[in-house]
Design a protein around this ligand. Structure first.
Ligand code: HEM
Length: 167
């Protein structure tokens, strides 16, 4: 139908771009719990869901994240962006956070141990954050990650740690 301007459903095409194939284990939804802290704040726990999706034939993985208070379900931080793996094992990730902060992350992924390491090249519109490091790893089918951050008063320290199961 030449008048049909709606996007093709991902499932009807199912063409994984070769750049995305090594990270296809990410695709889908993940849910779990995490713990946060920092030298300047009280520690806290949270629920989290991640969604990684692949627009067919594009060398990109779309990413959305949302978190909530475990006690009440009340929304906490959320973010979304795009993961852009390259054939040479490097990757760039752009993320916009619900608090207004934006990140450009650069790093590497390993297909041998399913580890993705990211270091911020740019942090924008932040009141105090000067650097962010993110590390993801697949451990016995669970997606585990750690986020470290530096601020204008604190050197790089852990802020978040979580473990998620594939839905
Ligand atoms: C506090 C940044 C993700 C929950 C903070 C602070 C910063 C920050 C700069 C203030 C630290 C200070 O006052 O010295 C970030 C960045 C994130 C991130 C850059 C992502 C890379 C998250 C997520 C959650 C979260 C995912 C929730 C699940 C909190 C909480 C506080 C906090 C509860 C303490 C707030 C308070 O006590 O006023 N974060 N955050 N953050 N963050 Fe995050």
């Amino acid at each position: 139908d030449k008048n049909n301007t709606s996007p093709a459903p991902e499932s009807s095409l199912a063409v994984c771009h070769p750049a995305v194939a090594p990270l296809s284990y990410l695709l889908g939804k993940w849910r779990g719990e995490g713990e946060g802290g920092y030298p300047t704040i009280n520690s806290f726990s949270y629920g989290e869901e991640l969604h990684f999706y692949h627009p067919p034939n594009k060398p990109v993985i779309g990413y959305t994240q949302k978190t909530w208070k475990l006690s009440s379900g009340e929304p906490m931080h959320s973010e979304s962006g795009y993961w852009r793996p390259k054939p040479n094992g490097t990757i760039e990730v752009v993320i916009a956070q619900s608090n207004g902060l934006v990140e450009v992350q650069k790093g590497t992924f390993s297909t041998e141990d399913n580890v993705i390491q990211l270091q911020s090249e740019l942090v924008g519109n932040a009141s105090k954050v000067t650097g962010i490091r993110r590390c993801f790893r697949l451990v016995e089918g669970d997606l585990c990650y750690e986020v470290d951050m530096a601020t204008n008063t604190v050197t790089l320290q852990p802020h978040l740690k979580a473990k998620l199961k594939k839905l």
